[in-house]
Design a protein around this ligand. Structure first.
Ligand SMILES: [Zn+2]
Length: 132
């Protein structure tokens, strides 16, 4: 049975929303010079939480993506929350790129949640499907 919160919502939906909001706040609070305001939060199996924003680089580099940077401290079976925000804080599409998808699979990430639009997110069950 899925646990419900005080308002009768499913616990995992509340938890997902909370972690995506944290990722969005981190993305917005980073260096405003970046073209994309994006952050990744990883909830590790051991309970630790790892966060990263995308890095400011002169040339496009997949290793500078928030997902790739956060994955350096990931463990097998962890869950990832990726948020991209516009400058006004509105959620935007943060589906991981092909490079990050490969890294996510190779690290054994269980599931990835990513923002799509305001208050909407997508879920990628990494073990069940090859792409989000
Ligand atoms: Zn990427």
């Amino acid at each position: 049975m899925v646990p419900l919160d005080r308002r009768g919502r499913c616990g995992y939906i509340v938890e997902t929303m909370k972690l995506l909001k944290i990722a969005a706040q981190i993305a917005l609070g980073g260096d405003q010079c970046r073209n994309y305001l994006l952050a990744a939060v990883i909830k590790r199996k051991d309970g630790a939480v790892v966060v990263s924003t995308n890095a400011l680089t002169k040339l496009p580099q997949p290793a500078a993506h928030a997902e790739a940077r956060a994955l350096r401290k990931a463990d097998v079976g962890c869950e990832m929350y990726v948020a991209r925000v516009l400058r006004d804080g509105t959620w935007a599409l943060a589906k991981p790129c092909r490079h990050c998808q490969r890294l996510i699979r190779s690290k054994g990430v269980k599931r990835v949640y990513y923002t799509i639009a305001p208050n909407e997110w997508g879920v990628w069950d990494v073990g069940k499907s090859k792409q989000p």
